[in-house]
Design a protein around this ligand. Structure first.
Ligand SMILES: [Zn+2]
Length: 635
């Protein structure tokens, strides 16, 4: 008996990808396969073969930093030494934490602990200042929680309880390797979970984080210092910057800082220290013996529904390519990305920006001078294509002692990177820095720089190929490019001007009209059932607006092609979103990813455009039909 074939008019995603979905197997060590992950697997395969050859001395690179990356790769593979040393390499750091008896002693050590990657009572970082993108800002926020989102801590969330159980079992097993007595081990674990529960009541939810422009809350150091006391942020800043210490901090999570005494005070210092001990220990496991490394990944495997860890060789490659991401990305780009493709895609980006401007001029809800400002923002978008021409200085500073243990090596390298980031607070922003390395299968828009980055690794089939038709490329990489550009005008990006400064450049009534359309987009996605869960329309709105803009602008270009094939366009659009994922991972993404599930990205957006109805003769009898009054096209 043959199954009835799914009609494209009813389910574009299934009609295009159904055959593949039936037989595709998710690799044991990954949560997904298809689209982005297939490309990622392929990039990884090529690069792992190169690393193997580098390590064996059969191949060499003229990028000097690559030899450090290969040395680190070898360190991960040295399991004889890792297994012999067991938990020992982390013990000195754990002893240091255990010796702390008072908040004063913690404050005295805070700077040192920060560089050693220990979680302090608050987190801090240095990023471009949202209000002035030429400068850096010192930011503060609350600590990380164990579960993926604050909503997991609700009484009626069974997944939260189950996951905390997995975390607790894992931590108990790892703690058994330490010199702590059994009694102490129990106490440390209990305190860790108790402290985590206190933090979870104060920090932002993923939904709150998704409106990132609301992170800009400048507060005088003295005021922050009063809020976070007895933790001494002033001393820490002086330890880091001396007399140049910043006078104003940007508070990314105001409630977590303002109400910090609910989780950190002199009275519950013990709770904090036990929590910090357990977190430090668990983070370290990845760089210790093989059995500790496997044990320490139990929770992350459960979160993603994955049963197996990546092979040792993969772990070695991933560790090295993450730590030295820019040189490795440049190596990948120079080796596997052609100049012809680079020029072709840059031309496509320029064409999409020009078409965007045309659409902006035709826009019906903006006043003329708001349109002009939007067009100015489009004109100044910087394009970062493939991989950077030069490797920044920091990467050549990531050197380590060849005789050090794997754990010590990672401590050294992380400290150099943390220091480099913190030092930026005193320097202007370098707008030529790249946010993504060349070997990453992804793309991004940076609102603070008003630039877009397309790493070499995404510029492949099905997204893009010189051998694919222009229509197919427009439905693939074209729509992705349009998506990234649209982030300049999504509900977050719209708050930044063409310099990347948080500034209101809108007329009040224009912004109100935009918000009305945004509301429509929230409603279009909110509550859609997916694998037993529900899509959160608010959480995903900025990404859905970006998909909507990306499709609108590329369809506009389609109309100018002499040989436009709208069917090929929509089918390739559905192809790039093809994905098979583990159930646990689907639930995790539904709760904390700002992107809608890929099957919905494929199927929801086309319904908003007349071209979809014309290309496949879709009518009200078909499932992928929505009446014209419900269709939304924002940009
Ligand atoms: Zn996006």
């Amino acid at each position: 008996m043959s199954e009835a074939k799914v009609r494209i008019q009813d389910d574009l995603y299934e009609a295009v990808n159904g055959e593949w979905l039936k037989t595709a197997v998710i690799p044991e060590d990954r949560p997904t396969t298809g689209g982005f992950s297939v490309l990622d697997q392929e990039v990884e395969k090529i690069m792992m073969a190169d690393f193997r050859a580098f390590a064996a001395g059969e191949k060499s690179s003229d990028i000097p930093e690559m030899k450090y990356a290969v040395a680190l790769y070898k360190k991960v593979l040295d399991t004889e030494r890792r297994n012999r040393e067991g938990i020992d390499p982390v013990l000195p750091l754990l002893r240091k934490l255990r010796a702390i008896r008072s908040v004063e002693e913690l404050n005295a050590l805070a700077c040192e602990l920060l560089l050693q990657g220990v979680d302090l009572p608050i987190q801090m970082d240095v990023t471009p200042d949202m209000a002035d993108a030429t400068k850096h800002a010192f930011i503060v926020l609350g600590p990380d929680i164990i579960l993926p989102d604050t909503s997991y801590y609700d009484e009626d969330n069974p997944a939260g309880k189950q996951l905390l159980g997995v975390y607790g079992d894992m931590a108990a097993k790892v703690l058994a390797f330490t010199p702590l007595t059994e009694e102490e081990q129990k106490q440390y674990l209990e305190d860790t979970l108790a402290y985590d529960a206190l933090i979870a009541k104060k920090v932002k939810s993923q939904l709150e984080w998704s409106e990132y422009y609301k992170c800009h809350n400048p507060v005088a150091v003295d005021e922050v210092a009063a809020q976070v006391a007895p933790f001494d942020i002033r001393k820490l800043l002086v330890d880091l910057y001396g007399e140049n210490a910043p006078k104003t901090l940007i508070v990314y999570d105001p409630k977590a800082i303002r109400e910090m005494n609910a989780y950190f005070s002199a009275e519950n210092l013990g709770l904090y220290l036990h929590w910090a001990y357990v977190k430090t220990l668990l983070k370290a496991t990845a760089f210790l013996s093989e059995d500790l490394a496997a044990l320490g990944k139990t929770y992350s495997r459960a979160l993603r529904g994955v049963d197996e860890d990546p092979s040792l060789e993969k772990q070695a490659y991933r560790t090295a390519s993450d730590m030295y991401e820019e040189p490795v990305g440049v190596y990948y780009g120079r080796s596997y990305f052609g100049e012809e493709a680079k020029k072709d895609v840059v031309d496509l980006v320029k064409k999409i920006i020009e078409t965007y401007k045309l659409r902006m001029r035709k826009n019906t809800f903006l006043a003329e001078d708001t349109k002009e400002k939007a067009i100015r923002k489009l004109s100044t978008i910087e394009i970062k294509m493939g991989y950077p021409d030069e490797i920044k200085e920091i990467w050549s500073k990531l050197v380590f002692d060849e005789n050090a243990s794997y754990f010590e090596t990672m401590q050294t390298l992380c400290a150099i990177r943390i220091q480099d980031t913190l030092k930026k607070a005193l320097k202007p922003v370098d707008r030529t820095e790249w946010l993504m390395p060349g070997h990453m299968v992804n793309a991004c828009y940076n609102p603070s720089a008003n630039d877009i980055t397309f790493p070499a690794a995404i510029l492949q089939k099905p997204f893009y190929a010189l051998s694919q038709s222009v229509s197919e490329n427009l439905g693939g990489i074209g729509a992705v490019i349009g998506h990234e550009i649209s982030h300049a005008f999504d509900n977050n990006g719209a708050n930044f001007d063409e310099q990347g400064n948080l500034k209101n450049w809108w007329k009040e009534e224009d912004f109100a009209a935009f918000q009305e359309l945004t509301k429509g987009m929230i409603e279009q996605f909110d509550g859609i059932e997916f694998h037993g869960g529900k899509v959160n329309g608010e959480l995903t709105v900025s990404e859905n607006i970006a998909d909507n803009g990306g499709m609108g602008v590329t369809l506009e270009i389609m109309h100018t092609l002499p040989d436009a094939d709208f069917r090929a366009y929509f089918m390739n659009w559905a192809r790039v979103w093809c994905q098979k994922a583990r159930e646990e991972y689907i639930q995790l993404l539904l709760s904390n990813d700002v992107h809608s599930p890929t099957a919905l990205r494929a199927n929801m957006m086309p319904r908003n455009f007349p071209e979809w109805y014309e290309a496949f003769g879709v009518t009200e009898k078909d499932k992928m039909y929505i009446p014209p009054e419900k269709r939304i096209s924002i940009w």
